[in-house]
Design a protein around this ligand. Structure first.
Ligand SMILES: [Zn+2]
Length: 439
């Protein structure tokens, strides 16, 4: 546990003087082709887009026809950029720029190009196409590097289609489980079948595992998906920690009596118990300086004149510190037990997901910070609330993340937007970071 776990956002650590003027104020170190970056982002965004992208967004659910087209586009851009491209046994697309010493551990970067239902143009896409642009620029400027750099477009980060994400990065870090291939999508297609349809053999999933000794670092460029950078008028931020989510599925069973004929003191109202639990989730998340959300609720039987006999709801609890998160989860589950006892309802709590939080490598944080200073890019350190492939990659290598400002903090939504200038600045910071790590 570190002191900074208690600080939701490390606001005091703005590492460079605020330099206004965006990209124009940047010193001419390593350049990227700004228009080419933007064109590739927009082009990928056309794949899976509705007729009006700002209304309907982009939908490329993992291994769907749209995702396969998006993946092919990434392969094409990587090849056009002169990268050596291969696809591993779990479908991760890997583009490589060979360094002078092929035996030196690889510097890795990347993200994902699958999306949620009606997602945006930048989530994941910026991390893949920004990385390709950065490496293409390194190649074009003839910069000599010792270490090879690999850009990875990970398979199924979002988990929308089969209910579980980080498939590619789990596969690469050795955390993929055989049972994953039995999961079914809404049409009853198993993950294994989807894999086969896309041309992969699920039984070979372990071939994607990479060894720690072969990797030097993993750096991911990603949109922030929150409002902190915007509030600080900063294009780029440096992630210090990534919160790990725990998902609980709670079922409370009372009795569905008549709403008119049952006096208040004779009720077993599951909905009222849920309401108390919700307030406890808020109180405990605030107490621990984590976050807690009840986002999915089902009330049965759901009649105007019937006391709710059964409720099922989700609880999403996140913290950057694993021990504090465990205490927070324990206190929430204890509260569920005592509230349901008091209200004479039966409680069941199922843990649906538990991903460990991760701390970014301090060495990589320093390298990103040095890159920002060199480029006169004002920046700050902040925590990351969303999950990313970085959470898995941290199991096998040193990990760092560069965040780019999201307009109004909106993400997983057709209105998700990041300005072109901000994409450019983030990509330049990534380029400089990769050069420092791979030189
Ligand atoms: Zn993402």
């Amino acid at each position: 546990m570190t002191d900074r776990s208690y600080i939701p956002y490390n606001e005091e650590t703005i590492v460079a003087e605020l330099v206004k003027g965006g990209v124009n104020s940047l010193i001419a170190t390593h350049q990227i082709n700004q228009q080419r970056l933007w064109d590739t982002l927009m082009k990928l965004g056309e794949i899976g887009a509705g007729s009006n992208v700002t209304e309907e967004g982009v939908t490329r659910l993992s291994l769907s026809l749209e995702d396969l087209k998006g993946r092919q586009y990434v392969i094409d851009v990587m090849k056009e950029s002169g990268l050596e491209v291969r696809v591993d046994s779990v479908g991760n697309i890997i583009g490589k720029l060979e360094g002078a010493n092929p035996d030196a551990p690889v510097v890795m970067t990347g993200s994902h190009v699958d999306t949620v239902l009606q997602g945006g143009l930048f989530d994941g896409a910026l991390g893949v196409l920004g990385a390709v642009e950065a490496i293409r620029s390194i190649k074009e400027s003839g910069i000599e590097l010792t270490h090879s750099i690999e850009v990875v477009s990970f398979t199924d980060e979002e988990g929308t289609r089969f209910g579980t994400g980080y498939i590619g990065s789990k596969g690469m870090s050795g955390y993929l489980d055989e049972k994953t291939f039995q999961l079914k999508d809404a049409n009853g297609i198993t993950y294994g079948e989807a894999f086969e349809q896309a041309g992969f053999d699920p039984s070979l999933y372990k071939q994607a595992i990479r060894q720690s000794k072969d990797l030097k670092a993993y750096v991911e460029l990603h949109i922030e998906q929150g409002k902190v950078l915007e509030e600080h008028e900063l294009a780029v931020g440096i992630v210090t920690d990534i919160q790990g989510p725990v998902w609980l599925e709670v079922t409370l069973t009372g009795h569905p009596d008549h709403a008119g004929a049952t006096p208040m003191n004779m009720r077993k109202d599951a909905s009222l118990a849920m309401a108390e639990v919700m307030l406890e989730v808020e109180r405990l998340a605030t107490k621990y300086q984590g976050v807690g959300t009840v986002g999915k609720v089902k009330v049965e039987p759901g009649g105007v004149n019937i006391i709710p006999g059964k409720v099922a709801f989700s609880v999403d609890l996140r913290h950057v510190d694993k021990e504090l998160r465990t205490s927070m989860v324990n206190e929430v589950t204890n509260a569920i037990t005592s509230i349901s006892t008091k209200r004479s309802v039966k409680a069941e709590v199922d843990i649906k997901k538990a991903v460990d939080p991760a701390t970014c490598s301090s060495e990589i944080v320093d390298v990103i910070e040095a890159s920002c200073l060199e480029l006169s890019v004002p920046t700050m350190k902040l925590q990351c609330g969303a999950g990313h492939d970085s959470l898995m990659m941290t199991n096998i290598t040193n990990m760092g993340m560069i965040f780019v400002r999201s307009k109004d903090g909106i993400s997983h939504n057709p209105k998700e937007w990041t300005e072109k200038d901000d994409c450019v600045v983030g990509t330049r910071v990534l380029l400089n970071t990769l050069v420092k790590l791979a030189k």
